[in-house]
Design a protein around this ligand. Structure first.
Ligand code: TMP
Length: 207
């Protein structure tokens, strides 16, 4: 099995994950690694457009239905993800299945029901969680523009994430300066890359 570095990241809205993803991309590119930055939802596909319309409150959907659409949006990229990883490309993924389960279970859906459609998707080698109190996130620019950017709901999402933590997770204090968060992420990521280069097989959620 080839070395397959893979990083997935996710966290609360407005925690800085998107800008840290692009900093990490530049860092790994600079070191000469083949690397790509992805994000979910991928709003460019047909399914992704339905999700985008829902998130911007232009359409309404049953909570189960939108959960399954988010999952379908990951399944439609699964084969490409596997190809990329098998060819040695590191993927930095801004949100993944954990966001799907955390957000839907925060609405009150059964957590095992939420996990079921994610089973068989590729598991990350590393999960980076930028931990920021929902109150702090709400103070950041642009907050409140989309459906889930509500303080009370984000508190529930934070609790849901806590139930999902496992050995692949690293928790980073998202209240630190951008530079300090970046420094910590670099250290964690580079040790994961080196570990993956020794040879690591792909595994699946949630096994
Ligand atoms: P974004 O702001 O990172 O583009 O994510 C859009 C919103 O969708 C965000 O509030 C989190 C939510 N979300 C889910 O509810 N389920 C999912 O599976 C994913 C990936 C995101």
């Amino acid at each position: 099995m080839p070395a397959i570095p893979q990083f997935l990241r996710f966290c609360l809205d407005r925690s800085g994950k998107t800008s840290q993803s692009s900093r990490l991309l530049s860092y790994l590119e600079g070191l000469g690694y083949p690397v790509e930055s992805w994000r979910f939802p991928d709003r460019n596909t047909g399914v992704g457009q339905m999700i985008s319309s829902y998130l911007s409150n232009k359409s309404q959907l049953d909570d189960h239905a939108i959960h399954l659409l988010f999952s379908a949006n990951r399944w439609e990229k699964r084969a490409l993800m596997e190809n990329k990883l098998r060819s040695g490309t590191t993927l930095i993924v801004d949100r993944y299945s954990y966001s799907g389960v955390a957000f839907s279970s925060a609405k009150g859906l059964d957590i095992e029901w939420c996990k079921a459609p994610e089973m068989g998707l590729l598991a990350p080698d590393l999960v980076l969680y930028l931990d920021i109190p929902p109150e702090n996130a709400a103070e950041r620019g642009g907050y409140g523009g989309e459906r889930y950017e509500q303080l009370e709901f984000q508190r529930k999402v934070a609790q849901s994430y806590q139930c999902l933590r496992d050995a692949s997770w690293k928790i980073i204090d998202g209240r630190l300066s951008v530079e300090e968060v970046e420094k910590q992420l670099r250290e964690i990521v580079i040790s994961c890359v080196m570990m993956c280069q020794k040879g690591k097989s792909l595994s699946q959620l949630w096994s």
